[in-house]
Ligand binder design. Structure first.
Ligand SMILES: *Cc1c(COP(=O)(O)O)cnc(C)c1O
Length: 380
């Protein structure tokens, strides 16, 4: 038990307070402007975010990360009768987006980095229930997926690649940021993400100008010019208010990602000899630690002991998508099933991770985990 305030697992309010003066000014500017949907702020945020991802990228702001994936799939012409390979160890949104466009999700297993296992991806292509048109690697927890073999397999088969970058804004694989490797990339800007709005938001990026035009049309009723739909579209617009806030937060993102990495390094050092498994780092990547996820055989015991010591944790995610009631016994799985996914869901635990964690907080977390991990094992 403890007298001091508990350390939360994530804290979007701390992110607001750290930039309060600039965010309040940005909000006031939009409120005063009289223009609230798809205006100067959205255009500026799209350009700034595209430049952040890399040269030659286009950005299309949307209402949330699920819609970003839906628009990416629709822009590539993925729909009924098409298969999309992705993982079950992800936010359910990844799989929901595939079904929202009427396509068939085929779920593959993960590797030790908690991202799409290229071997399972290749196996899923052997006898798929429908022809596979796209693959969605998810750069989970802030760590890029094993893009070398994934891109090789996809290119050899003419399969489109949609990167789900919702947890990895600014992560780097092989010298370039995620989002530069596929045909199109989707990002959630939900408040707790590394780049988070103060409400819902999302963005799609692509290096393909024609695809960018199509994405812009799909975002707003299929309009090329106002009130005339060239293609059937939808409404998934980003607010001016959120865009103005996101511009403030984007300027701070590199420093905040660096702080997350420093927190992760301190956890690694402090827990080096603790009775648990620390996160594996994929070589040739810059991990941006959306989450710091450890493994422990008595995950629930460890979680409870940490809560007693004022350290809040979470599980991302406790039930793999293919075992959730909405998808169970219904979605297609790669041959061999998803043993790594199912084992991970039972053992993973996400420690407190956000850029405003103080060194004192980090020290408290390390101390609490060190004291609890052995005890939880002994109690098992
Ligand atoms: C958060 C998230 C999404 C969904 O984003 P929303 O903005 O909540 O729709 C999709 N994929 C991944 C990997 C996510 O973490």
């Amino acid at each position: 038990m403890t007298d001091v305030a508990p350390i939360p697992q994530t804290d979007p309010r701390a992110g607001y307070l750290a930039a309060r003066t600039d965010i309040d000014a940005a909000v006031a500017r939009v409120l005063e402007s009289g223009w609230y949907i798809l205006g100067k702020e959205v255009a500026a945020f799209e350009a700034e975010f595209a430049a952040f991802v890399g040269p030659g990228q286009h950005g299309i702001g949307v209402a949330n990360g699920t819609d970003a994936l839906v628009l990416a799939l629709r822009a590539l012409g993925v729909g009924p009768g098409d298969g999309v390979v992705t993982v079950a160890h992800t936010a359910v949104a990844t799989v929901a987006a595939v079904e929202l466009v009427g396509a068939t999700a085929i779920l593959a297993d993960i590797d030790r980095g908690y991202t799409l296992d290229p071997v399972s991806f290749a196996a899923a292509l052997e006898r798929p229930p429908v022809p596979v048109k796209a693959v969605i690697p998810v750069h989970l927890y802030g760590q890029p997926a094993d893009m070398g073999p994934i891109l090789e397999i996809a290119r050899a088969r003419g399969i489109a690649v949609i990167e789900d970058c919702s947890q990895a804004h600014g992560a780097v694989w092989n010298g370039k940021a995620v989002g530069n490797w596929g045909d199109v990339a989707a990002y959630s800007l939900y408040p707790t993400k590394n780049l988070g709005a103060l409400g819902d938001g999302g963005i799609v990026t692509t290096p393909d100008a024609a695809l960018a035009d199509r994405l812009r049309m799909l975002r707003e009723y299929g309009w090329k010019s106002r009130y005339v739909s060239d293609i059937p579209g939808q409404n998934t617009r980003l607010d001016e208010l959120q865009a103005a806030i996101l511009r403030v937060k984007l300027a701070r993102l590199p420093a905040e990602n660096a702080r997350r990495r420093a927190v992760a390094a301190a956890y690694d050092a402090g827990l080096a000899d603790a009775a648990l498994e620390r996160p594996w780092r994929r070589p040739d990547t810059t991990h941006v630690f959306h989450q710091y996820v450890l493994r422990h055989p008595d995950r629930e015991g460890l979680k409870a002991r940490l809560r007693d010591r004022g350290v809040m944790t979470n599980v991302h995610y406790p039930v793999p998508v293919h075992l959730q009631p909405a998808y169970r016994d219904r979605v297609a799985l790669a041959p061999g099933g998803l043993p790594n996914t199912e084992a991970a869901a039972l053992a993973i635990l996400s420690l407190p991770m956000f850029a405003q964690l103080s060194d004192a907080d980090v020290g408290r977390v390390v101390e609490a985990v060190r004291a609890s991990a052995d005890l939880a094992l002994a109690a098992e």
